[in-house]
Ligand binder design. Structure first.
Ligand SMILES: CC(C)(COP(=O)(O)OP(=O)(O)OC[C@H]1O[C@@H](n2cnc3c(N)ncnc32)[C@H](O)[C@@H]1OP(=O)(O)O)[C@@H](O)C(=O)NCCC(=O)NCCS
Length: 187
């Protein structure tokens, strides 16, 4: 998978042009501010469906991005980001574990920044990601979502994921537990 490859462009209902592409090294600062926004939101939103809780340093983020790009190059990770006016507003990936028995199976994660949600960006990212995964030989995907994350659950079902089960009380946050829904899709 080539870094920075453009998968598509579209306009949201309110006229913003969105570019869907694979991540590239130049995304480092964009990725860092993206992660910072998610951590901040997690701190104030009790049901926020992202578990990242520490802002990475630039060095940590650089190491993470370098690993991710190397894994993409090997075909073990598929990444799709969304860019609006030069800003990275969506990030998603599927990775496969380095085990022969799990060669055709991937685990998916996705987030879109506040202010850009409910405009169809997540849906288009999911479709692009699933198409790339299919082209790279993945046959099945899994993901997890908080049982309280109705928007995410709706979106995942809309693009073809089905509920495979629930891990009761998997999340423990601020003195309260939240169930985790496990979902799976065949490509
Ligand atoms: C979940 C997420 C990735 C979806 O991306 P998005 O760009 O908002 O998704 P879209 O705009 O393509 O689609 C959202 C859908 O949810 C629907 N929706 C919004 N709020 C909803 C709710 N409370 N209940 C049910 N559906 C809801 C929208 O109407 C839309 O569906 P439609 O296209 O059928 O009308 C994004 O909202 C996000 O990052 N949220 C915060 C972090 C997070 O939860 N990440 C996922 C962790 S599993």
């Amino acid at each position: 998978m080539r870094s920075g490859k453009v998968y598509g462009k579209f306009r949201t209902g309110d006229g913003r042009e969105v570019i869907l592409r694979s991540p590239r090294w130049e995304d480092l600062d964009g990725m860092l501010s993206f992660a910072t926004e998610l951590v901040k939101e997690r701190d104030v939103e009790p049901d926020f469906g992202v578990t990242l809780d520490t802002v990475p340093t630039r060095t940590e983020e650089a190491r993470w991005l370098a690993d991710r790009l190397a894994s993409m190059e090997k075909g073990d990770t598929v990444g799709v980001v969304a860019e609006v006016d030069g800003r990275l507003v969506g990030n998603s990936e599927v990775f496969r574990k380095p085990l022969r028995d799990l060669q055709r199976h991937g685990t998916l994660g996705i987030s879109v920044l506040k202010g850009y949600r409910d405009s169809g960006i997540g849906g288009e990212m999911m479709k692009a990601l699933m198409k790339q995964c299919s082209e790279q030989g993945f046959k099945t995907l899994e993901l997890e979502a908080f049982a309280t994350n109705e928007r995410a659950l709706h979106l995942y079902e809309k693009v073809g994921f089905r509920r495979a089960g629930v891990i009761p009380k998997k999340i423990w946050r601020d003195g309260r537990s939240i169930d985790m829904v496990v979902m799976a899709a065949e490509l």
